[in-house]
Design a protein around this ligand. Structure first.
Ligand code: PEP
Ligand code: MN
Ligand code: NA
Length: 601
Protein backbone atom coordinates (compact mmCIF):
# COMPACT_ATOMS: atom_id res chain seq x y z
CA UNK A 1 0.00 0.00 0.00
CA UNK A 2 1.33 3.42 -0.94
CA UNK A 3 1.89 5.82 1.90
CA UNK A 4 -1.08 7.94 2.95
CA UNK A 5 -0.10 11.57 3.43
CA UNK A 6 -2.79 12.09 6.00
CA UNK A 7 -3.57 11.22 9.57
CA UNK A 8 -7.22 12.29 9.30
CA UNK A 9 -8.70 9.89 11.88
CA UNK A 10 -12.23 9.70 10.47
CA UNK A 11 -10.93 9.17 6.94
CA UNK A 12 -8.44 6.48 7.95
CA UNK A 13 -10.97 4.65 10.10
CA UNK A 14 -13.51 4.65 7.27
CA UNK A 15 -10.98 3.34 4.74
CA UNK A 16 -10.00 0.53 7.14
CA UNK A 17 -13.63 -0.37 7.62
CA UNK A 18 -14.40 -0.43 3.89
CA UNK A 19 -11.23 -2.40 3.10
CA UNK A 20 -12.11 -4.99 5.75
CA UNK A 21 -15.58 -5.33 4.21
CA UNK A 22 -14.75 -5.29 0.50
CA UNK A 23 -11.32 -7.06 0.76
CA UNK A 24 -9.49 -5.50 -2.20
CA UNK A 25 -6.09 -7.02 -3.11
CA UNK A 26 -4.47 -3.61 -2.71
CA UNK A 27 -5.22 0.01 -1.85
CA UNK A 28 -3.91 2.90 -3.93
CA UNK A 29 -4.07 6.52 -2.76
CA UNK A 30 -4.61 8.75 -5.79
CA UNK A 31 -2.42 11.84 -6.03
CA UNK A 32 -3.94 13.26 -9.20
CA UNK A 33 -0.56 13.56 -10.94
CA UNK A 34 0.12 13.23 -14.66
CA UNK A 35 2.25 10.18 -13.87
CA UNK A 36 -0.70 8.55 -12.14
CA UNK A 37 -2.99 9.34 -15.10
CA UNK A 38 -0.48 7.79 -17.48
CA UNK A 39 -0.08 4.68 -15.31
CA UNK A 40 -3.86 4.24 -14.95
CA UNK A 41 -4.69 4.77 -18.60
CA UNK A 42 -1.79 2.52 -19.67
CA UNK A 43 -3.19 -0.22 -17.44
CA UNK A 44 -6.69 0.31 -18.81
CA UNK A 45 -5.40 0.10 -22.37
CA UNK A 46 -3.37 -2.99 -21.48
CA UNK A 47 -6.44 -4.72 -20.02
CA UNK A 48 -8.61 -3.80 -23.01
CA UNK A 49 -10.93 -1.53 -21.01
CA UNK A 50 -9.80 1.53 -23.01
CA UNK A 51 -8.54 2.05 -26.53
CA UNK A 52 -6.01 4.81 -27.04
CA UNK A 53 -7.07 7.24 -29.78
CA UNK A 54 -4.72 8.56 -32.45
CA UNK A 55 -2.21 10.91 -30.84
CA UNK A 56 -2.54 13.53 -33.60
CA UNK A 57 -6.32 13.52 -33.77
CA UNK A 58 -7.16 13.23 -30.08
CA UNK A 59 -4.00 13.44 -27.98
CA UNK A 60 -3.97 11.56 -24.68
CA UNK A 61 -7.57 10.46 -25.23
CA UNK A 62 -9.38 7.17 -24.90
CA UNK A 63 -12.38 5.22 -26.14
CA UNK A 64 -14.44 3.16 -23.69
CA UNK A 65 -17.34 0.84 -24.26
CA UNK A 66 -19.60 -0.10 -21.38
CA UNK A 67 -21.52 -3.28 -20.88
CA UNK A 68 -24.66 -2.78 -23.02
CA UNK A 69 -26.74 -2.87 -19.84
CA UNK A 70 -24.79 -0.10 -18.09
CA UNK A 71 -25.34 2.97 -20.25
CA UNK A 72 -27.25 5.57 -18.23
CA UNK A 73 -28.38 6.71 -14.82
CA UNK A 74 -30.70 4.17 -13.20
CA UNK A 75 -33.44 6.25 -11.58
CA UNK A 76 -35.38 3.14 -10.51
CA UNK A 77 -32.32 2.00 -8.53
CA UNK A 78 -31.59 5.41 -6.99
CA UNK A 79 -32.64 5.85 -3.35
CA UNK A 80 -32.88 8.65 -0.84
CA UNK A 81 -32.49 6.88 2.50
CA UNK A 82 -33.71 9.53 4.90
CA UNK A 83 -34.50 8.40 8.45
CA UNK A 84 -38.14 9.35 7.94
CA UNK A 85 -39.73 8.11 4.72
CA UNK A 86 -41.78 11.31 4.50
CA UNK A 87 -38.55 13.30 4.03
CA UNK A 88 -37.78 11.52 0.74
CA UNK A 89 -41.12 12.65 -0.66
CA UNK A 90 -43.18 11.18 -3.48
CA UNK A 91 -40.60 11.69 -6.23
CA UNK A 92 -37.78 9.56 -4.77
CA UNK A 93 -37.34 5.88 -4.04
CA UNK A 94 -36.88 5.32 -0.33
CA UNK A 95 -35.55 2.66 1.97
CA UNK A 96 -34.76 3.03 5.69
CA UNK A 97 -31.06 3.77 6.15
CA UNK A 98 -30.42 0.78 8.43
CA UNK A 99 -32.18 -1.57 6.03
CA UNK A 100 -30.32 -0.20 3.00
CA UNK A 101 -27.02 -0.35 4.82
CA UNK A 102 -27.45 -3.94 5.92
CA UNK A 103 -28.58 -4.97 2.43
CA UNK A 104 -25.69 -3.16 0.73
CA UNK A 105 -23.16 -4.30 3.31
CA UNK A 106 -23.82 -7.86 2.14
CA UNK A 107 -23.38 -6.75 -1.49
CA UNK A 108 -20.08 -5.04 -0.64
CA UNK A 109 -18.77 -8.01 1.32
CA UNK A 110 -15.76 -9.18 -0.68
CA UNK A 111 -16.92 -7.18 -3.72
CA UNK A 112 -13.44 -5.74 -4.41
CA UNK A 113 -11.73 -9.15 -4.21
CA UNK A 114 -9.03 -9.45 -6.87
CA UNK A 115 -9.19 -5.71 -7.53
CA UNK A 116 -7.58 -2.46 -6.38
CA UNK A 117 -9.39 -0.08 -4.10
CA UNK A 118 -8.53 3.50 -5.09
CA UNK A 119 -8.77 6.33 -2.58
CA UNK A 120 -9.86 9.45 -4.48
CA UNK A 121 -9.85 12.65 -2.40
CA UNK A 122 -11.73 15.36 -4.29
CA UNK A 123 -13.09 18.86 -3.86
CA UNK A 124 -16.26 20.19 -5.50
CA UNK A 125 -15.51 23.80 -6.38
CA UNK A 126 -12.29 25.73 -5.84
CA UNK A 127 -9.93 24.62 -3.07
CA UNK A 128 -9.61 28.24 -1.95
CA UNK A 129 -13.34 28.56 -1.27
CA UNK A 130 -14.32 29.89 2.14
CA UNK A 131 -15.69 26.45 2.92
CA UNK A 132 -14.15 23.91 0.49
CA UNK A 133 -16.57 21.06 -0.23
CA UNK A 134 -14.57 17.87 0.19
CA UNK A 135 -15.40 14.30 -0.66
CA UNK A 136 -13.49 11.06 -0.79
CA UNK A 137 -14.52 8.32 -3.18
CA UNK A 138 -13.41 4.75 -2.59
CA UNK A 139 -13.80 2.81 -5.82
CA UNK A 140 -12.61 -0.41 -7.44
CA UNK A 141 -12.97 1.08 -10.95
CA UNK A 142 -9.89 2.64 -12.56
CA UNK A 143 -12.23 4.09 -15.23
CA UNK A 144 -13.98 5.98 -12.45
CA UNK A 145 -10.65 7.24 -11.11
CA UNK A 146 -9.62 8.55 -14.54
CA UNK A 147 -13.02 10.17 -15.02
CA UNK A 148 -13.00 11.72 -11.52
CA UNK A 149 -9.62 13.24 -12.32
CA UNK A 150 -11.25 15.06 -15.24
CA UNK A 151 -14.51 15.95 -13.51
CA UNK A 152 -13.22 17.12 -10.11
CA UNK A 153 -10.24 18.72 -8.43
CA UNK A 154 -8.67 15.55 -7.14
CA UNK A 155 -5.57 14.15 -5.46
CA UNK A 156 -2.72 15.08 -3.13
CA UNK A 157 -3.53 18.79 -3.03
CA UNK A 158 -7.03 18.02 -1.85
CA UNK A 159 -5.86 15.54 0.75
CA UNK A 160 -3.42 18.03 2.23
CA UNK A 161 -6.05 20.80 2.22
CA UNK A 162 -8.31 18.46 4.21
CA UNK A 163 -5.81 18.35 7.06
CA UNK A 164 -6.76 16.08 9.93
CA UNK A 165 -10.25 17.24 10.62
CA UNK A 166 -11.98 18.64 7.52
CA UNK A 167 -15.50 17.45 6.98
CA UNK A 168 -15.96 15.34 3.84
CA UNK A 169 -18.68 13.31 2.15
CA UNK A 170 -17.73 9.61 2.16
CA UNK A 171 -18.55 8.15 -1.27
CA UNK A 172 -18.32 4.38 -1.52
CA UNK A 173 -18.39 2.83 -4.96
CA UNK A 174 -17.96 -0.75 -6.12
CA UNK A 175 -18.74 -2.14 -9.55
CA UNK A 176 -19.71 -5.33 -7.73
CA UNK A 177 -17.66 -7.71 -9.85
CA UNK A 178 -15.02 -9.47 -7.74
CA UNK A 179 -12.31 -11.31 -9.68
CA UNK A 180 -11.51 -14.84 -8.55
CA UNK A 181 -7.91 -16.09 -8.83
CA UNK A 182 -7.24 -17.09 -12.43
CA UNK A 183 -10.50 -15.55 -13.68
CA UNK A 184 -9.99 -13.29 -16.68
CA UNK A 185 -11.58 -9.86 -16.53
CA UNK A 186 -14.08 -8.39 -18.98
CA UNK A 187 -13.64 -4.93 -20.52
CA UNK A 188 -16.52 -3.42 -18.51
CA UNK A 189 -17.15 -5.33 -15.31
CA UNK A 190 -20.38 -4.43 -13.49
CA UNK A 191 -23.24 -6.14 -11.67
CA UNK A 192 -26.84 -6.79 -12.60
CA UNK A 193 -27.72 -5.64 -9.09
CA UNK A 194 -27.47 -1.87 -8.81
CA UNK A 195 -28.08 0.55 -5.96
CA UNK A 196 -27.33 4.26 -5.95
CA UNK A 197 -28.03 5.22 -2.35
CA UNK A 198 -27.89 8.51 -0.51
CA UNK A 199 -28.03 9.02 3.25
CA UNK A 200 -29.00 12.69 3.61
CA UNK A 201 -28.77 12.96 7.40
CA UNK A 202 -25.25 11.50 7.60
CA UNK A 203 -24.24 12.92 4.20
CA UNK A 204 -23.01 9.59 2.79
CA UNK A 205 -23.22 8.00 -0.66
CA UNK A 206 -23.13 4.24 -1.35
CA UNK A 207 -23.14 3.11 -4.97
CA UNK A 208 -23.01 -0.48 -6.18
CA UNK A 209 -23.06 -2.34 -9.46
CA UNK A 210 -22.65 0.36 -12.14
CA UNK A 211 -19.59 1.99 -13.67
CA UNK A 212 -21.60 4.53 -15.71
CA UNK A 213 -21.11 8.31 -15.17
CA UNK A 214 -23.93 9.60 -13.02
CA UNK A 215 -24.09 6.30 -11.11
CA UNK A 216 -20.38 6.11 -10.33
CA UNK A 217 -18.67 9.54 -10.54
CA UNK A 218 -20.07 10.28 -7.13
CA UNK A 219 -18.94 13.91 -6.90
CA UNK A 220 -21.36 14.85 -9.66
CA UNK A 221 -25.06 14.02 -9.39
CA UNK A 222 -24.90 12.18 -6.04
CA UNK A 223 -22.87 14.76 -4.10
CA UNK A 224 -23.15 18.08 -5.95
CA UNK A 225 -26.91 17.72 -6.48
CA UNK A 226 -28.62 15.18 -4.19
CA UNK A 227 -26.53 15.56 -1.03
CA UNK A 228 -25.74 19.24 -1.68
CA UNK A 229 -29.45 20.04 -2.15
CA UNK A 230 -30.04 18.83 1.41
CA UNK A 231 -27.17 20.94 2.74
CA UNK A 232 -28.50 23.88 0.72
CA UNK A 233 -31.98 23.52 2.22
CA UNK A 234 -30.50 23.50 5.72
CA UNK A 235 -28.16 26.42 5.09
CA UNK A 236 -30.26 28.70 2.88
CA UNK A 237 -28.69 28.24 -0.55
CA UNK A 238 -29.48 26.34 -3.78
CA UNK A 239 -27.76 23.35 -5.42
CA UNK A 240 -29.22 23.24 -8.92
CA UNK A 241 -29.05 21.37 -12.22
CA UNK A 242 -28.07 24.49 -14.14
CA UNK A 243 -25.61 25.84 -16.63
CA UNK A 244 -23.99 29.20 -15.90
CA UNK A 245 -23.05 31.60 -18.68
CA UNK A 246 -21.52 35.04 -18.97
CA UNK A 247 -23.14 37.11 -21.69
CA UNK A 248 -21.58 40.34 -22.93
CA UNK A 249 -23.51 42.73 -25.19
CA UNK A 250 -21.91 44.68 -28.04
CA UNK A 251 -21.90 47.69 -25.68
CA UNK A 252 -19.84 45.70 -23.19
CA UNK A 253 -22.60 45.17 -20.63
CA UNK A 254 -22.07 41.89 -18.75
CA UNK A 255 -24.93 39.66 -17.57
CA UNK A 256 -24.82 36.25 -15.92
CA UNK A 257 -27.50 33.72 -16.74
CA UNK A 258 -28.25 30.34 -15.16
CA UNK A 259 -30.34 27.77 -16.97
CA UNK A 260 -32.09 24.61 -15.78
CA UNK A 261 -32.86 22.04 -18.46
CA UNK A 262 -33.30 18.28 -18.04
CA UNK A 263 -30.48 15.93 -19.07
CA UNK A 264 -29.84 15.83 -22.81
CA UNK A 265 -31.80 19.04 -23.53
CA UNK A 266 -28.87 21.20 -24.60
CA UNK A 267 -27.36 22.72 -21.43
CA UNK A 268 -23.83 22.11 -22.69
CA UNK A 269 -24.66 23.62 -26.10
CA UNK A 270 -26.25 26.69 -24.53
CA UNK A 271 -23.40 27.15 -22.05
CA UNK A 272 -20.90 27.27 -24.94
CA UNK A 273 -23.09 28.99 -27.48
CA UNK A 274 -21.55 30.92 -30.35
CA UNK A 275 -23.97 33.82 -30.90
CA UNK A 276 -25.13 34.44 -34.45
CA UNK A 277 -25.94 38.02 -33.46
CA UNK A 278 -22.91 40.17 -34.22
CA UNK A 279 -21.04 41.65 -31.28
CA UNK A 280 -22.54 39.38 -28.62
CA UNK A 281 -20.20 37.18 -26.65
CA UNK A 282 -20.87 34.08 -24.53
CA UNK A 283 -18.36 32.70 -22.05
CA UNK A 284 -18.83 29.49 -20.11
CA UNK A 285 -18.87 29.21 -16.33
CA UNK A 286 -20.59 25.83 -16.04
CA UNK A 287 -22.66 23.39 -18.10
CA UNK A 288 -24.49 21.18 -15.58
CA UNK A 289 -24.43 22.22 -11.92
CA UNK A 290 -24.74 25.57 -10.16
CA UNK A 291 -24.38 26.21 -6.45
CA UNK A 292 -26.03 29.55 -5.66
CA UNK A 293 -25.53 31.42 -2.40
CA UNK A 294 -26.46 34.91 -1.29
CA UNK A 295 -23.69 37.46 -1.39
CA UNK A 296 -23.39 40.31 1.08
CA UNK A 297 -25.09 42.43 -1.58
CA UNK A 298 -28.25 40.28 -1.27
CA UNK A 299 -27.82 38.86 -4.77
CA UNK A 300 -27.55 35.20 -5.70
CA UNK A 301 -23.99 34.25 -6.65
CA UNK A 302 -23.37 31.02 -8.58
CA UNK A 303 -20.34 28.76 -8.77
CA UNK A 304 -19.73 25.67 -10.85
CA UNK A 305 -18.49 22.91 -8.52
CA UNK A 306 -17.18 20.77 -11.37
CA UNK A 307 -13.82 20.61 -13.12
CA UNK A 308 -14.85 18.86 -16.34
CA UNK A 309 -17.66 18.41 -18.84
CA UNK A 310 -19.60 15.15 -19.13
CA UNK A 311 -21.59 15.92 -22.23
CA UNK A 312 -23.96 13.95 -24.42
CA UNK A 313 -21.96 13.22 -27.58
CA UNK A 314 -24.51 12.58 -30.38
CA UNK A 315 -25.62 15.79 -32.00
CA UNK A 316 -22.46 17.63 -30.97
CA UNK A 317 -20.54 19.01 -33.96
CA UNK A 318 -19.08 22.20 -35.40
CA UNK A 319 -22.54 23.52 -36.23
CA UNK A 320 -24.31 22.78 -32.93
CA UNK A 321 -21.41 23.33 -30.52
CA UNK A 322 -18.13 24.42 -32.09
CA UNK A 323 -16.62 25.23 -28.71
CA UNK A 324 -17.19 21.69 -27.45
CA UNK A 325 -15.44 20.39 -30.58
CA UNK A 326 -12.51 22.73 -29.93
CA UNK A 327 -12.41 21.58 -26.31
CA UNK A 328 -12.28 17.92 -27.38
CA UNK A 329 -9.64 18.53 -30.05
CA UNK A 330 -7.20 19.40 -27.28
CA UNK A 331 -7.38 15.82 -26.06
CA UNK A 332 -7.07 14.54 -22.48
CA UNK A 333 -10.58 13.11 -22.77
CA UNK A 334 -12.46 9.87 -22.29
CA UNK A 335 -15.21 9.00 -24.78
CA UNK A 336 -17.75 6.39 -23.72
CA UNK A 337 -20.08 4.44 -26.02
CA UNK A 338 -19.36 6.50 -29.13
CA UNK A 339 -18.03 4.91 -32.34
CA UNK A 340 -14.35 4.44 -33.26
CA UNK A 341 -13.07 5.33 -36.72
CA UNK A 342 -10.56 3.13 -38.54
CA UNK A 343 -7.91 5.83 -38.15
CA UNK A 344 -8.22 6.06 -34.38
CA UNK A 345 -10.63 8.96 -33.98
CA UNK A 346 -14.17 9.01 -32.62
CA UNK A 347 -17.44 9.55 -34.47
CA UNK A 348 -21.08 9.88 -33.53
CA UNK A 349 -24.43 10.65 -35.14
CA UNK A 350 -24.73 14.34 -35.93
CA UNK A 351 -21.12 14.75 -37.05
CA UNK A 352 -22.08 14.94 -40.72
CA UNK A 353 -21.37 12.29 -43.34
CA UNK A 354 -20.46 9.00 -41.68
CA UNK A 355 -17.21 7.29 -42.66
CA UNK A 356 -17.51 4.12 -44.76
CA UNK A 357 -16.64 1.96 -41.76
CA UNK A 358 -16.71 2.31 -37.98
CA UNK A 359 -16.53 0.15 -34.90
CA UNK A 360 -19.78 0.86 -33.10
CA UNK A 361 -20.39 1.26 -29.37
CA UNK A 362 -21.01 -2.47 -29.08
CA UNK A 363 -17.67 -3.27 -30.74
CA UNK A 364 -19.31 -4.41 -33.99
CA UNK A 365 -18.51 -3.41 -37.55
CA UNK A 366 -20.71 -0.54 -38.62
CA UNK A 367 -21.36 0.93 -42.07
CA UNK A 368 -23.77 3.67 -43.18
CA UNK A 369 -26.13 0.85 -44.19
CA UNK A 370 -26.34 -0.44 -40.63
CA UNK A 371 -29.77 -0.17 -39.02
CA UNK A 372 -28.78 0.88 -35.51
CA UNK A 373 -26.90 4.09 -34.70
CA UNK A 374 -23.14 3.73 -34.30
CA UNK A 375 -23.14 5.50 -30.94
CA UNK A 376 -25.43 4.98 -27.98
CA UNK A 377 -27.86 7.95 -27.75
CA UNK A 378 -26.49 8.59 -24.23
CA UNK A 379 -22.83 8.24 -25.22
CA UNK A 380 -20.62 10.82 -23.56
CA UNK A 381 -17.46 12.88 -23.76
CA UNK A 382 -15.61 13.56 -20.53
CA UNK A 383 -13.18 16.43 -20.94
CA UNK A 384 -11.41 19.07 -18.83
CA UNK A 385 -13.39 22.34 -18.60
CA UNK A 386 -10.11 24.28 -18.63
CA UNK A 387 -9.73 23.28 -22.28
CA UNK A 388 -12.92 25.16 -23.20
CA UNK A 389 -11.69 28.08 -25.32
CA UNK A 390 -14.41 30.39 -23.99
CA UNK A 391 -14.10 29.54 -20.30
CA UNK A 392 -14.87 32.71 -18.31
CA UNK A 393 -12.16 33.94 -15.92
CA UNK A 394 -14.87 34.03 -13.25
CA UNK A 395 -14.97 30.22 -13.34
CA UNK A 396 -12.03 30.31 -10.94
CA UNK A 397 -13.54 32.83 -8.54
CA UNK A 398 -14.76 31.04 -5.39
CA UNK A 399 -17.41 33.76 -4.94
CA UNK A 400 -18.85 32.92 -8.34
CA UNK A 401 -20.97 35.27 -10.44
CA UNK A 402 -24.13 37.25 -9.57
CA UNK A 403 -27.05 35.74 -11.47
CA UNK A 404 -29.28 38.18 -13.37
CA UNK A 405 -31.68 35.70 -14.95
CA UNK A 406 -32.72 32.08 -14.54
CA UNK A 407 -34.01 30.16 -17.54
CA UNK A 408 -36.20 27.10 -17.09
CA UNK A 409 -36.61 24.96 -20.16
CA UNK A 410 -37.70 21.57 -21.34
CA UNK A 411 -38.21 19.65 -24.51
CA UNK A 412 -41.84 20.18 -25.57
CA UNK A 413 -43.30 19.70 -29.04
CA UNK A 414 -46.36 21.80 -28.19
CA UNK A 415 -47.86 24.32 -25.76
CA UNK A 416 -44.76 26.08 -24.39
CA UNK A 417 -43.77 29.26 -26.31
CA UNK A 418 -40.19 30.11 -27.22
CA UNK A 419 -39.76 32.52 -24.30
CA UNK A 420 -41.98 33.78 -21.46
CA UNK A 421 -40.97 36.01 -18.58
CA UNK A 422 -42.45 35.26 -15.17
CA UNK A 423 -44.44 38.05 -13.55
CA UNK A 424 -42.58 37.77 -10.26
CA UNK A 425 -40.49 35.38 -8.17
CA UNK A 426 -43.36 33.15 -7.00
CA UNK A 427 -44.68 32.88 -10.55
CA UNK A 428 -41.13 31.92 -11.57
CA UNK A 429 -41.09 29.22 -8.91
CA UNK A 430 -44.45 28.01 -10.28
CA UNK A 431 -42.93 27.80 -13.76
CA UNK A 432 -40.01 25.80 -12.38
CA UNK A 433 -42.21 23.56 -10.23
CA UNK A 434 -44.40 22.66 -13.22
CA UNK A 435 -41.56 22.37 -15.75
CA UNK A 436 -42.11 19.44 -18.07
CA UNK A 437 -40.08 17.71 -20.70
CA UNK A 438 -40.14 14.71 -23.01
CA UNK A 439 -37.85 12.03 -21.57
CA UNK A 440 -34.45 11.38 -23.17
CA UNK A 441 -31.89 8.57 -23.27
CA UNK A 442 -30.00 10.13 -20.35
CA UNK A 443 -31.87 7.82 -17.99
CA UNK A 444 -32.86 4.21 -18.48
CA UNK A 445 -36.52 4.01 -19.54
CA UNK A 446 -38.91 5.12 -22.25
CA UNK A 447 -37.89 8.08 -24.42
CA UNK A 448 -40.21 10.90 -25.55
CA UNK A 449 -42.83 10.76 -22.78
CA UNK A 450 -43.87 14.10 -21.23
CA UNK A 451 -43.12 14.15 -17.52
CA UNK A 452 -42.94 16.91 -14.92
CA UNK A 453 -39.33 17.67 -14.17
CA UNK A 454 -39.36 20.44 -11.56
CA UNK A 455 -36.44 22.83 -12.00
CA UNK A 456 -34.96 19.96 -14.13
CA UNK A 457 -34.20 18.40 -10.73
CA UNK A 458 -36.68 15.51 -10.64
CA UNK A 459 -33.94 12.83 -10.44
CA UNK A 460 -31.69 14.97 -8.25
CA UNK A 461 -33.70 16.49 -5.37
CA UNK A 462 -32.32 14.86 -2.23
CA UNK A 463 -35.45 15.42 -0.12
CA UNK A 464 -39.21 16.05 -0.32
CA UNK A 465 -39.97 18.00 -3.50
CA UNK A 466 -42.75 19.93 -1.70
CA UNK A 467 -40.18 21.16 0.82
CA UNK A 468 -37.90 21.95 -2.10
CA UNK A 469 -40.56 24.20 -3.67
CA UNK A 470 -41.03 25.95 -0.32
CA UNK A 471 -37.27 26.42 -0.08
CA UNK A 472 -37.30 28.12 -3.49
CA UNK A 473 -40.14 30.40 -2.39
CA UNK A 474 -38.26 31.19 0.82
CA UNK A 475 -35.24 32.36 -1.17
CA UNK A 476 -37.13 35.66 -1.54
CA UNK A 477 -36.46 36.26 2.17
CA UNK A 478 -32.76 35.63 1.74
CA UNK A 479 -32.24 38.53 -0.62
CA UNK A 480 -31.75 40.92 2.32
CA UNK A 481 -35.54 41.20 2.26
CA UNK A 482 -35.35 42.75 -1.21
CA UNK A 483 -36.90 40.37 -3.76
CA UNK A 484 -35.94 42.75 -6.58
CA UNK A 485 -32.38 41.51 -6.11
CA UNK A 486 -33.38 37.99 -7.10
CA UNK A 487 -32.80 36.85 -10.68
CA UNK A 488 -35.70 37.31 -13.11
CA UNK A 489 -37.18 34.01 -14.24
CA UNK A 490 -37.87 33.00 -17.87
CA UNK A 491 -39.43 29.86 -19.34
CA UNK A 492 -37.95 28.83 -22.71
CA UNK A 493 -38.64 26.06 -25.20
CA UNK A 494 -36.28 25.57 -28.14
CA UNK A 495 -38.08 22.39 -29.19
CA UNK A 496 -41.59 23.42 -30.28
CA UNK A 497 -42.71 21.78 -33.50
CA UNK A 498 -45.10 22.55 -36.30
CA UNK A 499 -48.01 20.32 -37.33
CA UNK A 500 -45.65 18.68 -39.82
CA UNK A 501 -43.20 17.74 -37.03
CA UNK A 502 -40.54 20.30 -38.02
CA UNK A 503 -38.77 22.31 -35.34
CA UNK A 504 -40.21 25.83 -35.54
CA UNK A 505 -37.11 27.52 -34.15
CA UNK A 506 -33.54 26.94 -35.45
CA UNK A 507 -31.98 26.82 -31.97
CA UNK A 508 -28.25 26.57 -31.18
CA UNK A 509 -26.40 29.83 -32.03
CA UNK A 510 -29.72 31.45 -32.97
CA UNK A 511 -30.77 31.17 -29.32
CA UNK A 512 -28.61 34.28 -28.85
CA UNK A 513 -31.64 36.19 -30.17
CA UNK A 514 -33.67 34.95 -27.22
CA UNK A 515 -30.82 35.78 -24.83
CA UNK A 516 -30.73 39.32 -26.22
CA UNK A 517 -34.46 39.69 -25.54
CA UNK A 518 -33.96 38.37 -21.99
CA UNK A 519 -31.21 40.90 -21.32
CA UNK A 520 -33.29 43.71 -22.78
CA UNK A 521 -36.18 42.71 -20.52
CA UNK A 522 -33.83 43.02 -17.54
CA UNK A 523 -33.09 46.54 -18.70
CA UNK A 524 -36.80 47.24 -19.23
CA UNK A 525 -36.21 47.77 -22.94
CA UNK A 526 -37.81 44.93 -24.91
CA UNK A 527 -41.52 44.55 -25.60
CA UNK A 528 -43.62 41.67 -24.40
CA UNK A 529 -47.29 40.86 -24.56
CA UNK A 530 -49.00 40.11 -21.30
CA UNK A 531 -50.72 36.74 -21.64
CA UNK A 532 -52.39 34.39 -19.16
CA UNK A 533 -49.08 32.50 -18.81
CA UNK A 534 -46.76 35.49 -18.40
CA UNK A 535 -44.94 38.05 -20.54
CA UNK A 536 -44.29 36.49 -23.96
CA UNK A 537 -41.90 38.05 -26.47
CA UNK A 538 -43.57 39.86 -29.34
CA UNK A 539 -42.33 38.96 -32.85
CA UNK A 540 -41.08 42.53 -33.32
CA UNK A 541 -39.15 42.54 -30.04
CA UNK A 542 -36.94 39.63 -31.08
CA UNK A 543 -33.88 40.64 -33.09
CA UNK A 544 -34.27 38.42 -36.15
CA UNK A 545 -31.88 40.33 -38.42
CA UNK A 546 -30.20 38.04 -40.90
CA UNK A 547 -32.42 35.10 -39.97
CA UNK A 548 -34.60 33.57 -42.65
CA UNK A 549 -37.61 32.57 -40.57
CA UNK A 550 -41.09 32.00 -41.98
CA UNK A 551 -43.40 34.57 -40.29
CA UNK A 552 -45.96 31.79 -39.76
CA UNK A 553 -43.36 29.72 -37.90
CA UNK A 554 -42.44 32.74 -35.79
CA UNK A 555 -46.08 33.28 -34.92
CA UNK A 556 -46.45 29.57 -34.09
CA UNK A 557 -43.37 29.36 -31.89
CA UNK A 558 -44.55 32.35 -29.81
CA UNK A 559 -48.23 31.38 -29.71
CA UNK A 560 -50.07 30.95 -26.42
CA UNK A 561 -52.74 28.43 -27.34
CA UNK A 562 -55.45 28.65 -24.70
CA UNK A 563 -56.77 25.16 -25.46
CA UNK A 564 -53.33 23.59 -25.15
CA UNK A 565 -52.79 25.34 -21.84
CA UNK A 566 -56.20 24.37 -20.50
CA UNK A 567 -55.43 20.77 -21.46
CA UNK A 568 -52.24 21.00 -19.40
CA UNK A 569 -53.99 22.06 -16.18
CA UNK A 570 -55.38 18.67 -15.10
CA UNK A 571 -51.83 17.29 -15.37
CA UNK A 572 -50.52 20.10 -13.19
CA UNK A 573 -53.32 19.52 -10.67
CA UNK A 574 -52.47 15.83 -10.55
CA UNK A 575 -48.79 16.70 -10.16
CA UNK A 576 -49.44 19.12 -7.30
CA UNK A 577 -51.76 16.65 -5.54
CA UNK A 578 -48.80 14.27 -5.15
CA UNK A 579 -47.34 16.62 -2.58
CA UNK A 580 -50.35 16.86 -0.27
CA UNK A 581 -49.86 19.33 2.56
CA UNK A 582 -46.27 19.93 1.51
CA UNK A 583 -47.30 21.76 -1.67
CA UNK A 584 -46.90 25.45 -0.82
CA UNK A 585 -50.30 27.16 -0.86
CA UNK A 586 -48.96 29.98 -3.01
CA UNK A 587 -48.36 27.46 -5.82
CA UNK A 588 -52.00 26.31 -5.67
CA UNK A 589 -52.90 29.99 -5.79
CA UNK A 590 -50.73 30.44 -8.89
CA UNK A 591 -52.49 27.51 -10.58
CA UNK A 592 -55.91 28.92 -9.69
CA UNK A 593 -54.96 32.35 -10.99
CA UNK A 594 -53.62 30.85 -14.22
CA UNK A 595 -56.84 28.87 -14.71
CA UNK A 596 -58.89 32.04 -14.17
CA UNK A 597 -56.79 34.04 -16.64
CA UNK A 598 -57.05 31.30 -19.26
CA UNK A 599 -60.82 31.13 -18.80
CA UNK A 600 -61.02 34.87 -19.49
CA UNK A 601 -58.76 34.68 -22.53
C1 PEP B 1 -25.23 11.18 -16.32
O1 PEP B 1 -26.11 10.84 -17.07
O2 PEP B 1 -24.62 10.34 -15.70
C2 PEP B 1 -24.89 12.57 -16.15
C3 PEP B 1 -23.94 12.87 -15.34
O3 PEP B 1 -25.45 13.54 -16.84
P1 PEP B 1 -26.92 14.02 -17.11
O4 PEP B 1 -27.08 15.32 -16.43
O5 PEP B 1 -26.97 14.20 -18.57
O6 PEP B 1 -27.88 13.02 -16.61
MN1 MN C 1 -27.05 16.95 -16.01
NA1 NA D 1 -27.74 11.04 -17.79
Amino acid sequence: MSHPHTSHPRLLAWIDEVAALTTPDRIVWCDGSDAEWTRLTDELVESGALVRLDQEKKPNSFWARTDPSDVARVEERTFICSVDEADAGPTNNWMAPAEMKSLMTELYRGSMRGRTMYVVPFCMGPLDAEQPMFGVELTDSPYVVASMRIMTRMGAEVLSAMGDDADFVPCLHSIGAPLEPGQSDVAWPCSETKYISHFPETREIWSFGSGYGGNSLLGKKCYALRIASVAARDEGWLAEHMLIMKLTSPEGQVRYIAGAFPSACGKTNLAMLEPTLPGWKVETVGDDIAWMRFGEDGRLWATNPEFGLFGVAPGTDFHTNPNAMRTLAKGNSVFTNVALTDDGDIWWEGMGEPPAHLTDWKGQDWTPESQAPSSHPNSRFCTPIEQCPILADEYYDPRGVPIDAILFGGRRKTTIPLVTEARDWVHGVYMGATLSSETTAAAVGQVGVVRRDPMAMLPFIGYHAGDYFQHWIDMAKGASGDASKLPKVFYVNWFRRGDDGRFLWPGFGENSRVLKWVVERLDGKADAVETPIGHVATPEALDLSGLDLDPADLEAVLRVDTDEWLAELPQVTEWFEKFGDKLPAVLWAELDALRARLADA
